[in-house]
Design a protein around this ligand. Structure first.
Ligand SMILES: N[C@@H](CCC[C@H](N)C(=O)O)C(=O)O
Length: 288
């Protein structure tokens, strides 16, 4: 099968975007993995599919597959690229679009400066809803947050579980450059207390309005940036009493601005870049 695609990136988190507004391509998990493969395919952290609106009041459906071929609930950097794609490819003239994801409706908005601002919805901090299995564990309270030990070694790590529609475990580190992302990342991602696996965020507090962040993503490994990871890290940092409501998040691939007013019902807002890289076409192998 021969398909057309667009390569995009948001703060270095890179995507293959597929237009399925005129009909589904019906790709298998192995074909998503092929597209994401950096040696044999195009190369991407996630594959984003643009589908027609599933209901009244919604503009598009946004479907996300990780590089491992699994479908996931949410992707923040992808949401910005999705909005830039549907607007610049002429699929809509709206500058604020309502997008259905597996995790609910989000609302990206194209800003005048070229960046995209996304209402990412409200975070979920109830451990069992992330989901995180805390049975038999004693939490440690810090500020308004609870942290839990994953008992990987004597130091913990102590994590704050947060859902942004997809699951995150946020842990504080002194320096992201020396944090054990490559060793702890996969262990946290696969930890049995996270029944749906998890994205692991390593958060360094620089000041009350500035952090550095590295994320080992579920189904993709460490990426240059993770939008939902940035939202989850700022929510955790605010609840831990360490951050104010507007935070600049430095990732390895760029800067994301996150705002959260701090109450359970408040939505998290993320602003950042969304960049077109190239259009292409590729022959997909017929793999199930
Ligand atoms: N890169 C993303 C998150 C993509 C999904 C994630 N790996 C998961 O499995 O939940 C972002 O920018 O949010």
């Amino acid at each position: 099968m021969h398909i057309r695609f667009t390569k995009m990136q948001g703060a270095g988190n890179d995507f293959v975007v597929l237009d399925e507004t005129q009909g589904r391509l019906g790709l298998s998990p192995a074909q998503y993995r092929f597209l994401a493969d950096r040696h044999f395919g195009v190369g991407a952290d996630q594959i984003l599919s643009v589908r027609p609106a599933p209901a009244e009041g919604i503009d598009f459906e946004y479907v996300i597959h990780n590089a491992d071929g699994g479908e996931v609930e949410q992707c923040g950097n992808g949401a910005r690229c999705f909005a830039r794609y549907v607007h610049d490819k002429g699929l809509t003239s709206k500058t604020t679009i309502r997008v259905q994801t597996l995790a609910g409706v989000i609302a990206p908005e194209l800003a005048a400066d070229g960046r995209v601002r996304v209402d990412m919805g409200r975070p979920e901090l109830q451990a069992e809803r992330v989901p995180f299995d805390a049975s038999g564990l004693e939490p440690r309270r810090q500020g308004q947050a609870q942290t839990w030990s994953l008992a990987l070694d004597a130091s913990g790590p102590w994590i704050t579980p947060v859902s942004m529609g997809n699951p995150h475990a946020v842990l504080l580190v002194a320096d992201v450059d020396t944090a054990p992302v490559a060793t702890w990342g996969p262990q946290i991602e696969q930890h049995p207390r996270f029944p749906q696996r998890v994205n692991a965020g390593f958060l360094q507090i620089v000041s009350r309005g500035e952090v550095r962040l590295r994320v080992y993503e579920r189904g993709a490994g460490e990426t240059l940036a993770c939008g939902t990871g940035a939202c989850a890290a700022v929510v955790a940092g605010i609840r831990l009493g360490l951050l104010d409501s507007q935070v600049q998040v430095h990732t390895r691939g760029g800067l994301l601005s996150i705002a959260w007013a701090g109450a359970d019902d408040d939505a998290v807002f993320m602003t950042g870049p969304a960049t077109f890289v190239f259009d292409g076409q590729i022959e997909l192998p017929e793999v199930p």
